[in-house]
Design a protein around this ligand. Sequence first.
Ligand SMILES: [Zn+2]
Length: 153
Amino acid sequence: MTNTCPSCKQKSDNVSNLALQSHLKTNLNDLKGTFFVCTTQKCQIVYFSTQLKQQFTKNDIHTRFGLKESLNPRPICYCFNHSIQDIETQLKTSKNCDIIEQIKSSMKLSGCNCEIKNPIGKCCLNTIKKIIQKINPDYNTNIKQCCLKKEDS
Ligand SMILES: [Zn+2]
C-alpha cells in the first residue's frame, strides 16, 4: 500500500507539498509525487512517498513534531501554541479540557494557518480529540467539523 509507512507499517494520511516544504530543512522545488505523514510516536520517518521511493526523518525537518516526541515540549497546535502536555495537565487537574474551545475562539478572531504551520499540514482539532479520548475515553469532545472554515458552510 502506498500510504503505509515503510518503517512502522502504519497507514498514514496524505500531506500537501506546501506543508512538506515549510517543514523540511532542504528546499525541494520539484516535489511532484504524493507524500504521506507518519504520526507514530516512536517511528523516525516523518514524510514518505513510496511512489518516489523517498523518505524524510525527524532529522530532516526543523519543526518539533509533538506527536513524534515522548519528552516535553510536545507542540500540537502550532497556530495558538498548545501542547500535548497542556491537554494532559488540564485533564488531570480538572477533568475538563477547554483547549478545543480556546482554539476555536482564537480561530474566530485571527484565523489559522495550520496548512503551513502544523507538520501534518491540517487542522489540529481532530488530533487533539484523539489525544483527549485516549486519556479519557468517555470525554465528549463535541467536534462536529474539523476546521472552522468548514463549520461556517
Ligand atoms: Zn512510521
